[in-house]
Write a protein that binds this ligand. Sequence first.
Ligand SMILES: NC(=O)c1ccc[n+]([C@@H]2O[C@H](COP(=O)([O-])OP(=O)(O)OC[C@H]3O[C@@H](n4cnc5c(N)ncnc54)[C@H](OP(=O)(O)O)[C@@H]3O)[C@@H](O)[C@H]2O)c1
Length: 329
Amino acid sequence: MYQANSERYMQMQYNRVGNSGLKLPALSLGLWHNFGDTDYFQNQKEIVLGAFDLGITHFDLANNYGPPAGSAEINFGRMMKEELGAYRDELIISSKAGYYMWEGPYGEWGSKKNIIASCDQSLKRVGVEYFDIFYHHRPDYETPLEETARALDLLVHQGKALYIGVSNYDAQRTLEISKIFKQLGTPFIIHQPNYNMFDRWIEDELVDVLENEGIGAIVYSPLAQGLLTNKYLHGIPEHSRASRSDSPFLNEEKVEKTLASVARLNELAESRGQTLAEMALAWNMRLKSVASVIVGASSLKQLESNVKCLGNVNFTEQELQTIEQLLKD
Ligand SMILES: NC(=O)c1ccc[n+]([C@@H]2O[C@H](COP(=O)([O-])OP(=O)(O)OC[C@H]3O[C@@H](n4cnc5c(N)ncnc54)[C@H](OP(=O)(O)O)[C@@H]3O)[C@@H](O)[C@H]2O)c1
């Protein structure tokens, strides 16, 4: 039987999410890739239990994570049942609805029907009574925003979600839904956007909205799916995400396009005594509204190495300028 590391809370930092009472670990673990039925369960278990041993209390899921869709929730649910059940109150488990999940007009987007049914399905797959955070996964411009907001609010009233979040919403829509949630009294505390050195769209307007509204950010794909590590410096390794046909968002072309910048960033990271992955994660943490950075991992070794970023999260003005320059070149 799994016994959690008794020193798990000594090395991790926990940051408050916006103006809420919730604290999240500076690094959270995402189960988008590597936790489906096509991946070894033993390895999944090693990563999840190893993460908890490192003080990572937050695990991020969605209805459609797999493949096949739903299998990441089922696999994580098996770990909850077999290993982690006793630690439920030490865990922040999130899931999401919004992307395609089942046939017909109710299997995706942001209607009340989709959100309520999808959350019920996810709770069953994970085998828990409530999610700590439940997200609307992507904006739906056809459904009235108030309907989506009310559906999420209902989940809180039904005791199926403690906190509410949105993901992939632009600044304007975030502000709009925030106003509705304020009227409803919904604990809307968190936004999950993508953010990394190669994709900085949130800096334009979203971070200001989040700060003004007292909402925290938890950013995803902080390593640009592995590009911001040293793994592709000498080609595309077998079994890496860029080599897998089930990961359409990362391919050889993207690796080649970023290679020159990655090599220079890698040198800067070395001069800081860090790996590039560590530096890229630390850089994401410099934004005030970022409460947590959700990292993915295909092995526990990657996670153990990435957590070391917490040893040096500060940047000199000169280093920040060098990064700006390297990203422009
Ligand atoms: N809300 C949304 O729409 C949305 C969208 C995407 C993701 N997310 C969330 O964010 C989480 C993280 O996303 P992501 O997986 O794209 O994040 P990421 O951290 O940018 O990429 C993770 C990948 O980077 C590689 N990697 C990690 N550490 C490494 C290291 N030390 N050395 C070498 N390679 C390393 C691994 O790739 P290999 O597999 O090649 O080893 C790993 O699978 C997801 O699991 C999900 O929870 C949310």
